[in-house]
Write a protein that binds this ligand. Structure first.
Ligand code: BJ8
Length: 426
């Protein structure tokens, strides 16, 4: 990172010493987890570059966007409709929630029994180490789980630009109406913020941009059904994580380039692991950068992750938005339709998710499912039992993991993963 970036970070009011420490840990972690893998697709070099510049060049690009009088929106959830953000020519970025930081400060605000993802969002803000949260013009919070909902009351006092979106908890007619009202309110907020009115043309354009990047990750996901798997779960996860940061056009092109390469590999019967490596489907809470602990342990144990039933994965990207409508009302309806299908564990009941996990396990030829629940995440932890029961009906072995962002339980997790893989081999 050049000294130029230091000036930029200083102007964003980051704590430079703490930020240096974070980048060192991030850089080393990336090196250990990603660069030691074998048979990586050439196209992953782009993602290595993106990660090396995730707080540098990408932030500079976003600041240039602002200079051009366009807005940057930050979010924590896949329920924020990016189509509307792109329609007003603004950018959407995911905010940092994947590592522990400034925990002593965080626990002055939040109970220690709060999930690591929420604590992380506060830690990056309080520790002054996230250039994204310092760059955005508006932060969108959402009333999903109780932890997030209540924590936004406190986050609102720490940032000047928080906007909270209400969300349904039940997939009923009333729930759908609530989502529609909230998306109309969000549309009006974006129009007020940017001075741009959303109409048929710019909304169609916005839908097109977002569909294109979702289609690219869907294409990549499909290629992972091949035996042997042509790409590691870690590399695929990384593309799903970068999905939330990168310029959408460049991201789509880069993912499609990897897909071209993977198609050739599949034709030649080449994989990243031997064909008999156990195939794992990961299911559960989202994994934001740099949360790579569990996938790294799974793949270091000799298995390959072939899919993620997660918001940083297929739950977040499996549906495209229908852009065939000719009126604003039709296009808004298509957006509501698309997002109302997201089967996050905050919904009750949540039968669709159970079916989706079973379908994925079958389609991706998974030998077993590892369910990842963050400690203190009630929605996913409670639903884990139902997931286990549902998979048992298809005789699919399941391992339930409860963990956080620390490395303290890495040894214990490794032992459990190895034992699970032995069961699968039998
Ligand atoms: S749509 S999964 S991105 S809410 S891990 S904070 S649920 S206590 S992240 Fe999520 Fe949107 Fe749902 Fe997806 Fe709460 Fe659980 Fe923490 Fe969580």
């Amino acid at each position: 990172m050049t000294s130029d970036y230091r000036t930029m970070w200083r102007e964003l009011n980051l704590d430079l010493n703490a930020h240096d420490a974070l980048l060192n840990v991030l850089g080393q972690g990336y090196q250990d987890v990603f660069m030691n893998q074998r048979n990586r697709p050439e196209g992953m070099k782009y993602f290595d570059f993106v990660m090396s510049e995730v707080h540098g060049l990408r932030i500079r690009e976003l600041l240039d966007v602002k200079k051009a009088n366009r807005k940057i929106i930050g979010s924590f959830c896949v329920f924020v409709p990016e189509e509307l953000v792109r329609a007003v020519d603004a950018s959407l970025v995911g905010l940092c929630t994947g590592a522990d930081f400034a925990m002593e400060k965080v626990e002055q605000y939040l109970p220690s029994s709060t999930c690591a993802l929420i604590k992380s969002a506060f830690g990056f803000k309080l520790g002054k180490v996230c250039p994204y949260i310092e760059s955005v013009d508006m932060i969108v919070g959402e009333n999903t789980c109780d932890g997030k909902k209540k924590s936004y009351e406190l986050l609102g006092a720490l940032v000047p630009n928080l906007y909270v979106m209400d969300l349904p908890q039940v997939k009923s007619l009333k729930g759908r109406e609530l989502l529609q009202c909230e998306y109309m309110r969000f549309k009006a907020k974006l129009e007020e913020l940017t001075g741009t009115t959303i109409g048929v043309d710019n909304l169609k354009k916005g839908i097109g941009i977002v569909n294109k990047k979702r289609a690219a990750v869907q294409r990549l996901a499909k290629l992972r059904k091949a035996v042997p798997a042509p790409i590691s779960g870690l590399d695929a996860l990384l593309t799903n994580q970068v999905f939330f940061y990168d310029d959408p056009q460049r991201f789509s092109d880069s993912v499609n380039k990897i897909c071209d390469e993977l198609e050739q590999r599949i034709e030649q019967g080449l994989g990243v692991t031997p064909p008999d490596a156990p195939r794992i489907l990961l299911s559960g809470c989202p994994m934001a950068v740099p949360n790579w602990k569990l996938p790294a342990l799974i793949e270091q144990a000799g298995a390959v992750i072939v899919g993620e039933e997660s918001c940083v994965g297929e739950r977040g990207s499996r549906h495209l938005t229908d852009d065939s409508g000719n009126t604003l009302a039709e296009l808004m309806e298509a957006i509501v339709e698309r997002y109302f299908q997201i089967d996050c564990a905050i919904f009750t009941p949540n039968q669709d998710r159970l079916e989706h996990i079973r379908d994925m396990a079958r389609e991706y030829k998974a030998d077993g499912v590892i369910h990842y629940g963050l400690q203190f995440c009630q929605p996913y932890q409670i639903e884990a039992r139902t997931v286990e029961e549902s998979l048992k009906e298809d005789s699919i072995p399941v391992l339930l993991i409860e963990t956080d962002y620390s490395m303290e339980d890495a040894g214990q997790l490794s032992t459990r993963i190895n034992a699970f893989l032995e069961v699968l081999e039998q």
